[in-house]
Design a protein around this ligand. Structure first.
Ligand code: ATP
Ligand code: MG
Length: 286
């Protein structure tokens, strides 16, 4: 079920003194089962783009297709969209509003028309997927949980719907290292099982390790788009845009500046170590 974005622009508060053009003629196709990272400075339009794909905002211009169907046409089945596209918002902890964790996680799944038993099973599965014990958590109030825990509860609510496309807006911001590791592992698992992932993150390391494709946004437009490796190894270009580069790319660059060239295309830790070892071994033989 590919997502196709055709010449999409979005203007906030159109026709008022606060009018702000957030997206300008975006064209994008996202294939099934892929893992796409989206990066760019604050205010460049990442969250706006996500809300458009999820059908929460309507384009000011252009069209968005899901599985070949225009999601903003009258007569399009919005239920279909909610079933297929799951979004974990930038601040999901503020979106929990039910009295118990179980009710919160069930909120989306309940609207799918499943049996009660199946819905409960999904809630249990989703809570366990995000690392919680179902029996221990289900009756707690979300309000009494920490920010990181609330984020995981919000994630469970989206997982319980089993969306084909999972969109995550800065999902790891505010998580501790363990929570971050667990979330990324889970995302990779879902992706391996066929879920399409779209992840907004300013963390070049995370995108280097997990994404197959990276899109860089700038002032409401797509400034760069390509294989993660190609984009994240364009160190000069990223630095010109004042965007962070991965630690591995940075290390390779610093080594290069000291006359040790182990390759310009390094973006991930495993590559860095491999190339460095090869270089040092080669060097030792000389
Ligand atoms: N509700 C709104 N009303 C008016 N302008 C808005 C609104 N939401 C966003 N904007 C503007 O639209 C532009 C894009 O915002 P958006 O939230 O999509 O950026 P972002 O890339 O997600 O930023 P961040 O990295 O800070 O999350 C910004 O200039 C922002 O000020
Ligand atoms: Mg945002």
């Amino acid at each position: 079920m590919p997502v196709e974005i055709e010449n999409v622009s979005y203007v906030y508060a159109k026709g008022t003194p606060y009018e702000a053009k957030a997206l300008n003629r975006i064209c994008l196709k996202i294939e099934d089962g892929t893992f796409t990272g989206v990066m760019g400075h604050t205010g460049c339009g990442k969250s706006t783009l996500i809300q458009l794909i999820a059908g929460l905002l309507e384009p000011s211009e252009g069209r968005i297709f899901l599985d070949g169907k225009d999601i903003n046409l009258r007569g399009y089945d919005r239920k279909e969209l909610r079933k297929k596209v799951g979004v974990i918002f930038q601040y999901p902890e503020y979106q929990l509003f039910e009295t118990t964790v179980e009710r919160d996680v069930m909120f989306g799944a309940k609207r799918l028309g499943l049996s009660r038993a199946e819905t409960e099973e999904r809630v249990r599965w989703a809570l366990e997927k995000v690392g919680f014990d179902y029996e221990r958590m289900r009756r707690l109030s979300p309000l009494g949980l920490s920010g990181g825990e609330r984020k995981r509860i919000a994630m469970a609510g989206v997982l319980a719907v089993k969306p084909e496309i999972l969109i995550m807006d800065e999902p790891i911001a505010g998580l501790d290292p363990l929570g971050r590791e667990a979330l990324l592992k889970l995302t990779d698992e879902l992706n391996a099982e066929g879920t399409t992932i779209i992840m907004v993150s300013h963390d070049a390391d995370v995108l280097a390790e997990h994404a197959g494709r990276v899109i860089v946004m700038e002032n409401g437009e797509i400034a760069m788009d390509g294989a993660a490796k190609e984009i994240l190894s364009s160190v000069k270009k990223l630095e010109e845009k004042r965007l962070g580069i991965s630690q591995a790319a940075e290390t390779a660059k610093l080594l290069r500046e000291r006359g040790i060239d182990i390759g310009q295309d390094i973006t991930r830790y495993d590559e860095l170590v491999f190339r460095l070892v090869s270089y040092l071994k080669g060097g030792a033989q000389k």
